[in-house]
Design a protein around this ligand. Structure first.
Ligand SMILES: Cc1cc2nc3c(=O)[nH]c(=O)nc-3n(C[C@H](O)[C@H](O)[C@H](O)COP(=O)(O)OP(=O)(O)OC[C@H]3O[C@@H](n4cnc5c(N)ncnc54)[C@H](O)[C@@H]3O)c2cc1C
Length: 360
């Protein structure tokens, strides 16, 4: 029997879809020595490049079950990947902490209970008289924002992350094919991925990381995987108020479910929305800034400088995400309608283990 390393070096893995999930799988498997071909016709309009990059792991309030296990493992895996990728881009980092805020008394009570019941020093309640809360309430012209701070959670710049992984993969000489795959089939112990221009790419294994379109490439009668599109929108707002300096606010926080990232004295990013749709709505400003009963005047008068969106896939009838070994060297990783950036490391680790089992 051949050695494990020899098997890895010989095996050719095709990864279909080059969003964060496809790229992370390519990263993990190339580190293990596999030959990788990453296939995607476009990387500019995927949901990964629209993501705000918040890594909400440790602040997740359910401390058991699959969702928690995935988050917990991913938080543990992130530091290793950051130090590896910093060899390419030393500015890449997870900016911590992350702050979760609410104006709802019941939700605040739940946060307090969660923190009281979990002996986790990295999570703390932010009381009304804390400096952070005072600054936030002052800026948002209200008195009733409260919440918690998580020192283990934070934000990574998603676009910078994707570009850094691309550079890393280029250095590793992985093969990138700029095409759409329209069909996959297995014959004579090999997978054949057919491109739109009718080229066949042969491989030992195929990993489907192409989000909504993954179901088009499998025999769905036997696998029965259903996905719904979920649109997420975000905006960059510019404000014009000499009294307000957005840089006095925390670097990333969430109020009543909306993520807020101040990027300069007078600009901030707000996102994102969740709609069962594929087309962005026109009244996005109203929708996305509607997270307080009364908006501060600087926000009412704010102007959209940029807006963008991404379409994600949400599993129907089973929990998100879908990470399944479909057998015979075919693996599917889809349905990351939320938290795909956070969960990319745990997904690639799981895939690598499945492949090790398949190959040895
Ligand atoms: C506005 C917004 C904000 C978000 N904020 C966060 C956040 O703060 N934190 C977080 O963790 N997550 C966030 N997300 C969610 C996150 O972006 C997704 O969970 C994640 O990007 C999913 O990655 P993916 O690789 O599965 O899909 P995608 O990034 O959509 O990649 C799928 C790729 O497959 C390719 N493809 C499709 N069909 C084919 C084919 N037939 N052949 C070849 N290639 C194909 C597509 O071109 C695409 O590049 C946000 C999403 C949005 C939209």
């Amino acid at each position: 029997m051949k050695g494990l390393k020899e098997n890895f070096q010989k095996a050719h893995v095709v990864i279909i879809g080059s969003g964060i999930i496809g790229k992370f799988n390519a990263l993990e498997l190339s580190e293990l020595g596999f030959q990788i071909t990453l296939i995607d016709p476009t990387q500019l309009q995927n949901s990964s490049s629209a993501a705000l990059g918040l890594l909400m792991g440790n602040m997740y309030q359910k401390r058991k079950g699959r969702s928690w296990d995935l988050r917990k493992k991913s938080i543990e895996l992130w530091p290793k990947w950051i130090s590896l990728l910093q060899n390419i881009n030393n500015g890449l980092n997870i900016e911590k902490p992350l702050i979760q805020l609410t104006t709802n008394e019941e939700k605040f009570k739940k946060l307090k209970k969660f923190i009281d019941e979990n002996d986790d020093l990295s999570l703390q309640i932010l009381e009304k008289d804390s400096i952070i809360i005072k600054n936030i309430n002052k800026a948002f012209q209200t008195k009733n924002i409260k919440g918690m701070i998580s020192f283990k959670d934070g934000r990574i710049n998603a676009v910078s992350l994707l570009k850094t992984i691309d550079k890393y993969l280029k250095n590793k000489k992985i093969n990138f094919v700029n095409e759409e795959i329209i069909k996959i089939r297995k014959a004579n112990n090999q997978w054949f991925s057919t491109t739109k221009s009718n080229k066949d790419i042969k491989s030992d294994l195929v990993i489907l990381c192409n989000s909504l379109k993954a179901v088009d490439l499998i025999d769905n009668l036997s696998h029965n995987i259903k996905l719904k599109p979920v649109l997420g929108q975000a905006i960059e707002v510019s404000i014009n108020d000499a009294e307000v300096d957005l840089l006095t606010l925390p670097k990333q926080f969430n109020i009543n479910g909306k993520n807020i990232i101040p990027i300069s004295k007078n600009k901030l990013i707000i996102g994102s929305t969740d709609e069962y749709s594929t087309k962005p709505e026109k009244n996005i400003f109203e929708k996305i800034t509607n997270f307080l009963n009364q908006k501060p005047t600087w926000l009412i008068n704010g102007q959209i400088k940029k807006k963008w969106f991404g379409v994600r896939s949400r599993p129907e009838g089973e929990p998100s995400p879908i990470m399944k070994n479909l057998g015979d060297g075919l693996i599917i990783c889809t349905g990351f309608y939320k938290n795909g950036i956070l969960l990319a490391p745990v997904c690639s680790k799981w895939v690598a283990n499945e492949i090790k089992k398949y190959i040895t």
